[in-house]
Design a protein around this ligand. Structure first.
Ligand SMILES: NC(=O)c1ccc[n+]([C@@H]2O[C@H](COP(=O)([O-])OP(=O)(O)OC[C@H]3O[C@@H](n4cnc5c(N)ncnc54)[C@H](O)[C@@H]3O)[C@@H](O)[C@H]2O)c1
Ligand SMILES: O=C(O)C[C@H](O)C(=O)O
Length: 328
């Protein structure tokens, strides 16, 4: 018997990540090749954005995806999030000329407060939320705080792009296939302060740290390369990463929904106090996923170098949260 369709809301649907994301969701790459989806697309109530969204919808129709059971265009989150099972919050306010970080935080706080409230009011009680729009961790925190009737654990932020970037850099350095790496993680904030950690990583059971055996490379090449990769892409393309960001969003949601088969993946999730991260802070952690639930990998030893990295990214995140406290 064929499965009933699930509802997938995507915000910022006419943006560049949206364009790289929607076709893959509709083709079954996110939720499985047997899972029909109804896309509930949200864009700002602006003629240009709504027209662009119409064009994207025409293209989705023209793909004739067998799994695409419906497409809706919205400008109101209360409609876009109605009964939604999955919500990918991609649309956000980009930093404009002369805009300070605090202004960016405040502009996004407005968006994610409204969207959190709308999810709280109308989404499925089991909705799985992924925040992609930057600052992703803090936006997820704001949405979570604005949705008190939904479980906090259902609000996550995207650290998977950082995880995938780290895997790729390590594979190139040590000469293994990128798909063979296990037990990699990225701690903290999706920002240059993130701490990518391959101390536990293995390939065919062998330690990646031992293979590389170069702390100078770790501290002065690997970490800055992964941390500043987003900026490097903006410099090269004149636009921020889109296809790789959409790919990471697919990876994040697929693993959350369908399971990681015991493998570690990185998700930004609200802490329950693990590793000394204060409860509620949305932080990149190693997790495993099964039956639609994620579980933080616990009991890992944190050495002094790693603790310093974790402390730094935590301090930045707490600063961001303090900056929006008065708006929540
Ligand atoms: N977490 C990550 O790893 C990661 C990676 C890359 C990009 N990003 C972030 O993702 C976001 C989107 O990037 P993009 O390249 O697609 O940007 P974009 O400017 O091409 O598209 C964003 C779209 O969002 C829409 N939008 C803005 N506010 C909205 C709202 N309140 N409701 C609905 N739609 C809204 C805009 O109209 C626009 O069409 C940015 O914040 C970017 O910094 C995050
Ligand atoms: O948009 C950015 O600032 C960069 C983006 O978050 C990325 O990591 O590619």
């Amino acid at each position: 018997m064929s499965k009933a369709p699930v509802r997938v809301a995507v915000t910022g649907a006419a943006g560049q990540i949206g364009y790289a994301l929607l076709f893959r969701i509709a083709s079954g790459e996110m939720l499985g090749k047997d899972q029909p989806v109804i896309l509930q697309l949200l864009e700002i109530p602006d003629e240009k954005a709504q027209n662009a969204l119409k064009g994207v919808i025409m293209e989705l129709e023209d793909c004739a995806f067998p799994l695409l059971a419906g497409i809706e265009a919205h400008s109101d989150p209360l409609q876009a999030f109605k009964d939604t099972d999955y919500a990918l919050l991609v649309g956000a306010r980009p930093r404009g000329p002369g805009m300070e970080r605090a202004d960016l935080l405040a502009a996004n706080a407005q968006i994610f407060t409204a969207q959190g409230k709308a999810l709280n009011a109308v989404a499925s009680r089991n909705v799985k939320v992924l925040v992609v729009g930057n600052p992703a961790n803090t936006n997820a925190y704001i949405a979570m705080k604005s949705a008190p009737d939904l479980p906090a654990k259902n609000f996550t932020a995207m650290l998977r792009l950082d995880h995938n970037r780290a895997a790729s850099q390590l594979a190139a350095k040590a000469g293994f296939k990128v798909g063979d790496i296990r037990k990699l993680t990225v701690w903290g904030n999706h920002s240059p302060t993130m701490y990518a950690d391959y101390r536990f990583a293995t390939v065919d059971g062998k330690s990646v740290k031992d293979m590389i055996n170069d702390q100078e490379w770790n501290a002065n090449v690997f970490l800055p390369t992964v941390g500043k990769r987003g900026a490097a892409i903006i410099n090269a393309r004149g636009l921020s990463s889109a296809a790789s960001a959409a790919n990471a969003a697919i990876d994040h949601m697929r693993d959350w929904a369908l399971g990681s088969n015991g493998e570690w993946v990185t998700m930004g999730v609200p802490s329950n106090g693990e590793y000394g991260i204060p409860a509620g802070v949305v932080f990149g952690f190693p997790v495993t996923t099964e039956n639609g639930e994620y579980k933080i990998v616990e009991g890992l030893e944190i050495d002094a170098f790693s603790q310093a990295g974790i402390d730094k990214t935590l301090a930045e995140l707490q600063g961001e949260q303090d900056g929006v406290k008065h708006l929540l």
